[in-house]
Write a new protein. Structure first.
Length: 146
C-alpha cells in the first residue's frame, strides 16, 4: 500500500509536471498565436505598401512615358521651327539682295531725276527766254502794225 501511495504520489507529481508543461506550452502557444496575428497584420500592411508602391511605379512610368512623348514632340516642333527659320533666313537673304538691288535702282533713278530737274530748270529758263522773245516780237509786231 505504501508503494502504491508512493506510485500514486509520483504519478500525481508527474501529472502536475506535465500540467505545468502543458500550461507553459499553452501560454507559449497563445504568445505565438498573438505574434502570428501581429505578423499577419504586418504582412497585410506590407502588402498594401507594396501595392501602393507598385501603383506609384506605374504612375511614374506613365509620367516618364508622357514626358518622353512630350520631349519627342517638342524636339519635332523644334526641328520644324529650325527648318522654318532656315527658310525665313533664306527669304530674308533674298529680300536683302532685292533691297540692295532696289537701292541701286533708286540711286540711279534719283540721279536721273536730278538730271531731269536740272534739264527742267534749263528748259524753264529757255521757255522764259523764248516767251520773252515772243513777247518782244509781239510787241515789235504790234509797234510795226501801229
Amino acid at each position: 500500500m505504501a508503494e502504491a501511495n508512493d506510485n500514486e504520489s509520483k504519478a500525481w507529481d508527474e501529472v502536475d509536471t506535465v500540467q505545468k508543461q502543458l500550461d507553459e506550452a499553452l501560454v507559449l502557444n497563445d504568445i505565438q498565436a498573438k505574434r502570428i496575428i501581429e505578423l499577419e497584420q504586418q504582412l497585410k500592411a506590407s502588402e498594401k505598401v507594396i501595392t501602393g508602391l507598385q501603383n506609384t511605379e506605374k504612375q511614374l512610368k506613365k509620367q516618364v512615358n508622357d514626358t518622353q512623348a512630350n520631349l519627342e514632340s517638342a524636339e519635332k516642333r523644334t526641328s520644324e521651327a529650325e527648318g522654318k527659320l532656315a527658310e525665313v533666313r533664306d527669304q530674308l537673304n533674298d529680300t536683302q539682295g532685292q533691297l540692295k538691288s532696289e537701292r541701286g535702282t533708286v540711286s540711279k533713278l534719283t540721279k536721273e531725276q536730278k538730271g531731269s530737274v536740272k534739264q527742267i530748270g534749263t528748259l524753264e529758263g529757255e521757255l522764259k527766254a523764248a516767251q520773252g522773245q515772243a513777247n518782244k516780237a509781239q510787241s515789235e509786231r504790234d509797234d510795226a502794225m501801229s
